[in-house]
Design a protein. Structure first.
Length: 372
């Protein structure tokens, strides 16, 4: 079994105060999450958070909404957008328009069109993310843009600069061999606390989230193929002398001494049945949408399972998620990390909103109702 921490649930005293309990190192949050409403006025396919504003895409539109789902601004007549992300400084929103095989870029403050660039080598896009790790290799780039393309079996890498230039710069990974460096069905992606890239592998025989150092390996050239792939890196220290997939992944993977490992869907804690999306909060806690298990799972930055929540009624087949950290004061530590979680239902496109117990107490000055 994958490594675990014992999850101690918050107990609520009769007077409404939390009972203090020891917290092991690396356990960032043990708050439960509670249903805080949903929006089904439009069918959404992806969601991004910028400065506590929701950016969503529908089959033809890019929409800005408040955390209460009120519309702020929108751009219509897009060509079947399937994935989106923001840049590292939240100045731009990247949107993949599948019908024209192009990346359209908008300014985040007013959704003004900035540039549209055709990328003929991309066959599909299920997720986008920017990550500046290793970008010093290209003096003209401000960051790298990564595109999860399951139809091509690769995660593409492009260099991006604010003049609106997007150029191919090899790949992060591709389908192929068994090891963690190869992603079979790339899905959601996120940048972790150390600037490493987390990539969901939705292949049902794997069900992993793999950690990469995305820095281009300039020696990675095979024949006429300039790959420049990234390198799988461990979540923590090595568990044994041999390299085993469990050290580089979240989910059920081959561990030390295992010679007969066979992957597949799992509903055990810390394991997945098609992980579709991953996000990281300001403390480094990793959130994964465990789609076919109708739940979300959280892990510490070094890969230990923290907690899970959700159900077929509460969170049916979550396909995308986004996290909100909420400032409660001016101090460095006056932030509720992971105060809100937003997700999209795969089948209906409805947006669901969840609030942490910590944020609930901050707003209402009383504890939330006991979990059902």
């Amino acid at each position: 079994m994958k490594k675990y921490l014992l999850l101690l649930l918050i107990l609520l005293a009769g007077c409404g105060e939390k009972i203090a309990i020891p917290q092991p190192d690396g356990l960032f949050s043990i708050s439960a999450y509670y249903d805080a409403g949903y929006f089904d006025g439009e069918s959404s396919t992806d969601i991004v958070m910028i400065s506590n504003i929701l950016f969503t895409i529908t089959d033809q539109s890019l929409v800005k909404r408040s955390l209460e789902f009120d519309e702020i601004d929108r751009v219509d007549e897009l060509s079947s957008p399937t994935a989106m992300c923001r840049d590292d400084y939240s100045q731009y929103v990247f949107v993949w328009e599948s019908d024209i095989n192009s990346m359209s870029v908008f300014t985040s403050n007013d959704l003004a069109p900035f540039v549209t660039l055709e990328l003929p080598e991309v066959q599909s896009a299920t997720a986008l993310v920017t990550c500046a790790t290793g970008v010093e290799i290209d003096p003209l780039a401000s960051t790298f843009l990564y595109i999860a393309d399951p139809d091509s079996g690769v995660v593409h890498r492009y260099s991006w600069n604010t003049d609106g230039v997007l150029l191919p710069y090899g790949i992060l990974c591709r389908d192929g061999e068994f090891g963690a460096r190869n992603i079979h069905t790339p899905a959601g992606m996120a940048v972790d606390f150390d600037g490493m890239l987390l990539v969901c592998d939705a292949d049902t025989s794997r069900n992993w989230v793999v950690r990469f150092d995305p820095s281009p390996d300039l020696t990675d050239i095979i024949g006429d193929d300039t790959l420049y792939r990234g390198t799988a890196v461990r979540f923590g220290s090595a568990s044994c002398a041999d390299e085993v997939e469990a050290d580089f992944t979240l989910g059920d993977a081959r561990e030390c001494g295992e010679t007969d490992w066979v992957g597949g869907p799992s509903d055990l804690q810390g394991e997945f049945h098609i992980p579709t999306s991953v996000q990281v909060d300001g403390n480094g806690l990793i959130y994964v949408a465990d789609s076919m298990n109708n739940r979300f799972q959280m892990f510490s930055a070094d890969g230990y399972h923290d907690m899970s929540f959700g159900s077929a009624e509460m969170s049916p087949m979550p396909s995308r998620l986004s996290i909100v950290d909420w400032r409660t004061g001016s101090g460095v530590d006056d932030i509720n990390r992971g105060a809100y979680l937003f997700s999209i239902d795969e089948e209906t496109g409805a947006i669901r909103k969840f609030i942490s117990a910590e944020q609930y107490i901050y707003i209402n000055q009383e504890p939330p109702p006991p979990p059902s």
